[in-house]
Ligand binder design. Sequence first.
Ligand code: KG4
Ligand code: ZN
Length: 347
Amino acid sequence: MLILGIETSCDETSAAIVEETADPSRPWSIRSNVIASQVTIHREWGGVVPELASRQHVRDICGVVERALEEGRASWSDLGAVAVTQGPGLVGSLLVGVSFAKAVAAARGLPLVAVHHLAGHIESLVLQNGEIPLPAVVLVVSGGHTSLYLVACVGSYQLLSRTRDDAAGEAYDKVAKLLGLGYPGGPIVDRLARTGNDRAINLPTTRLTHADRNAPQLKGDLDFSFSGLKTAVLRHVRARPPLGEQEIADICATFQRVVVTALIERTFKAARRFGAKSIGIAGGVSANSRLREELKRQGDAREMPTFVPSLQLSTDNAAMIAAAGLRKFRAGVTSPLDLNADAALAL
Ligand code: KG4
Ligand code: ZN
C-alpha cells in the first residue's frame, strides 16, 4: 500500500510517497521525498517569518505533491491513504498542509491520517534503520523542540523531559545570529566548530535538579536549558569586539561542546534509568557532526545500540510523516474530514 505524506509545519514544503513493505523489521520504504526549502526567503530576516512561510507553502504545495507522485511513479489512484502533519508548528503553515490533505482525502475518497510532527521525527529512525530495539529512549532535538521520550512499545511515546526555555536548534540559530554567521545557524556553527578550540572560553553548563512548576509530573533532572548558555555567549561577544576568525571558531567549538555534552549526558542517563535497549536521536540537530560522533562513541563504549536518521531525514521532511501515518493507519487510527491544525498539539 502507498501513502502520500504532507509536511508544512515550519519552513519546508514537503510531500512524499512511502510504501508499506512485507518485511516486519523494515516496515517502510521511501518511493519519493520532495522538499522545497524556504531558507533563502527567511535568511534575509534572520529567522522564519510565519506570514511569509504560510504564503510560500500555498505557492509550493501543488507542485511539490505532483513531483512526489511523479518521482514515486505513482498516480492518484495508487494511493491508499493520505497523512499530514497536524501540529505542532506555525498555525498558518500547518493549515496549508492540513487543508490540502483534506481536499485530497475528500476528492479521492481516501482515509486521512493526522500525524504529530515529533512522532514523524521519531519514525525517521525506523525509516532509516528499520525497527529499533524497544524500549528505546529517543531524543527529538530541532529548532522548536528538545524532548526526551521513552518508546516502550510501537507507537507509544512517554515524555521524560524537555527544554525549560530554548530548543537546542534555536540556541544554535541565535548564537549564529549574534556572531553574524547567517541562517539557519546549526550547520554553519557545526562547520566552523571543526577548526576551533572547544576549551577556549568559559561557558556555563546548566544542570537542573528540581521539577518544573509547569510540569510537576516530570522529575525535572533530565530537563534541558540553553538560554543561559546563549546569554553567556552574548556577554562574551559584547565584551570584546571585533571578533577574529579564530575567535569565532573557538566560540562555535566551545558552544557546540557544551550543547552536545548536555544532550548526550541526559539521554544516556534516561536510558539507564528506564532500562532502554537502544537510543535514538532525531530532528534537525541530529544532523550535527559532533552529536553523531559522540552518540556513536558513547554507545559503543557502553554496548548500547544507537540510531540516527540520514542527514536528509534529520531535518523536516514528509517521508517521516508518511511513515508515521502508515504506523497509525495500520493500528486503525484515521481522522475525520473536519480535522483542524493544532499549533500546540501534544504527543
Ligand atoms: O527538524 P528541523 O528541520 O525543524 C524543526 O522542526 O525545528 O530542525 C531545524 C533546526 C534548526 O535550528 C537548525 O539550525 C538545526 O536544526 N540544525 C543543526 C544542524 N543542522 C540543522 N543544528 C546543529 N548542527 C547541525 N549540523
Ligand atoms: Zn522538525
